[in-house]
Design a binder for this molecule. Structure first.
Ligand code: NOJ
Length: 576
């Protein structure tokens, strides 16, 4: 290339006009949004890259790896909480919302990180944890100090002279009890999560204003979006009425989307979102499609996209039914076909590894099944959320003893089973399959000591398979899970049919194969995913009109006469 051409291309690129046709230009402008076209990569900062040898990932570590993130093709990063925190729940217990956790670095590091992302065209989505704070937050320190402290009503208190408050279930408490007695003021405070995560009182307008100010602080810095942690639980009936005995077995109808939640979201939209080009997503989508729609219906001015759990909750230690999974994803898609927008995910920091739960992590099948699952996530309608390490096909760590776990929910859950005289062996078995720590092990960068994650002792052990499953090895291997992931991301980014196209499930009763089409105008593609370790034939009329193969996790796709023979965990997308 002559110097002149290179310079011209550089200038054109800077102007955003590389001469390449905009693949999305025919999609009506009113339907388009950057967050719909985004591919979101979730980074768990504690586990991504440690730059200073203390065994804990940090912001400088992420900065070192920005070119890697860019090489994936992803367009946005969701960062789990990085604010000051005593780390009872790995940062989901914030003690200062305007500061960076000392383990992770400084505000200067954050500014550099944000700048580095923006220079690379990557957006940053922050996790906002405001259903609760840390008990070490100055608000709570004040609040618990006396009954007439100005911060008293920032939290939910129940004076003990009124007797014990009605039972509330806590997700993380060793006794499952969300009320904790505090002798300083002879009162109970509410904590839906751990005792060190007291729930903020959203019914107090001052609390709401504090939160909006915090969000504006970050939006003014230039962040591009917010994920609202546990927000569906924020509004509460502060009379704390009695709930039916056993309600904790199905607590969502009692906890999610209560009272004035929607009006708080409208208020937040008005105070924050409407002033910035930021995207917004809340964790959880209530109890029904109606709840989910109410969150994201553009006319209501609340949030942008729903993040529902039904899909990710399907995998169980003894397996799952693909027919069920297909039905769930198809129901959610059809409920949002005309209005609203969904998040697509099967893993995150609250789940074990994608390939270990939904695929097959035994050596012969790990690679094809991880590629197949990534093909699925990146070819559905809705914004895909890809969890760090799943682009490599990282697996569960296989912890056997409770002493290996670091997660408060695993540790307190074990203690609860023990207290109740339950089956701890069974508990450990379930944890080995589903514990959150499985999904939090250090990123596997290379085959060197500690997978290149740290020069010290990592906060969670690196799984033994890092010697072969790592970025360096997979970058060299054209047939790796990583290279398949990158190819799939490019396909999505250059083909609007994969973002906006209508979804149609085929062969719904097939127990092993997930087949669907995506259609946008004259363009139609067929996605075929074998979720089993078997060779399987599938007959479909669409297979008679294949124009080309867009992606295939095997060298060949054997099609003849409208029938394809799919190999174990084969994933193919045909352009029809
Ligand atoms: C949901 C978060 O995703 C999880 O990691 C955390 O433990 C709870 N909310 C409490 O903040």
């Amino acid at each position: 290339m002559t110097k002149f051409t290179a310079l011209t291309l550089l200038l054109l690129a800077m102007l955003g006009c590389t001469g390449k046709p905009d693949a999305f230009k025919d999609v009506p402008a009113g339907e388009r949004a950057w967050w719909k076209e985004a591919v979101i990569y979730q980074v768990y900062p504690r586990s991504f890259k440690d730059s200073n040898g203390d065994g804990v990932g940090d912001l400088k570590g992420i900065i070192e790896k920005l070119d890697y993130i860019k090489s994936l093709g992803v367009t946005a990063v969701w960062l789990n909480p990085i604010y000051s925190s005593p780390n009872d729940d790995n940062g989901y217990d914030v003690s200062d919302y305007r500061n960076i956790m000392s383990d992770f670095g400084t505000m200067a590091d954050f500014d550099q990180l944000l700048q580095g992302m923006h220079q690379r065209g990557i957006k940053l989505i922050m996790d906002v944890v405001v259903n609760h704070s840390s008990d070490e937050h100055p608000w709570f320190v004040q609040s618990r100090s006396s009954r007439d402290n100005p911060y008293r009503d920032y939290y939910h208190w129940w004076p003990a002279e009124k007797g014990k408050p009605n039972y509330r279930y806590s997700l993380f408490d060793v006794n499952g009890d969300a009320w904790k007695y505090d002798s300083t003021t002879n009162a109970y405070y509410l904590h839906y999560f751990s005792q060190k995560q007291p729930d903020l009182n959203w019914e107090n307008p001052k609390v709401r204003q504090e939160v909006y100010d915090i969000m504006k602080f970050w939006a003014d810095k230039g962040v591009d979006g917010f994920r609202l942690d546990a927000f569906q639980f924020a509004a509460k009936d502060t009379t704390f009425p009695e709930f039916p005995v056993g309600y904790e077995k199905n607590f969502m109808p009692y906890y999610a989307m209560q009272g004035n939640l929607h009006s708080y979201l409208k208020e937040m939209n008005d105070a924050v979102f409407s002033h910035y080009d930021v995207m917004s997503v809340a964790e959880g989508a209530g109890n029904s499609f109606q709840d989910a729609h109410d969150l994201v219906d553009a006319d209501r001015h609340e949030l942008n996209m729903a993040y529902a759990f039904e899909g990710v909750d399907i995998a169980k230690p003894d397996g799952y039914s693909l027919v069920h999974l297909k039905a769930v994803f198809s129901r959610w898609d059809s409920a949002f076909a005309e209005k609203g927008w969904l998040s697509i995910f099967l893993s995150n920091h609250d789940q074990a590894r994608l390939v270990s739960r939904y695929g097959n992590d035994s050596p012969p099948f790990r690679s094809p099944s991880a590629k197949m699952l990534n093909t699925f996530l990146l070819s559905m309608r809705g914004t895909p959320y890809c969890y760090y390490g799943d682009e490599l096909g990282m697996t569960n760590s296989g912890f056997k003893s409770i002493s290996q776990y670091k997660d408060i929910s695993a540790i307190n859950g074990y203690q609860k089973v023990l207290n109740e005289g339950g089956d701890t062996l069974q508990y450990l078995k379930n944890m080995a399959f589903g514990s959150r720590d499985n999904g939090r092990t250090p990123m596997q960068w290379d085959a060197k000591t500690q997978a290149g994650f740290t020069s010290g002792i990592p906060w969670l052990p690196v799984p033994a398979n890092y010697v072969s499953i790592n970025v360096a090895a997979e970058e060299q291997d054209p047939a790796s899970v990583l290279n398949h992931f990158k190819k799939m991301v490019q396909l999505r980014k250059t083909n609007p049919v994969l973002v906006y196209g209508q979804y149609q499930l085929l062969a719904p009763e097939n127990p092993d194969i997930y087949a669907y089409t995506r259609t946008l105008g004259a363009q139609k593609v067929l996605v075929l995913l074998n979720f089993s370790a078997k060779n399987l034939p599938l007959e479909l009329p669409e297979l008679k009109s294949i124009k080309e193969t867009w992606i295939n996790n095997y060298p060949e796709a054997s099609v003849s006469d409208g029938t394809i023979s799919l190999q174990p965990y084969q994933a193919v997308i045909f352009n029809l």
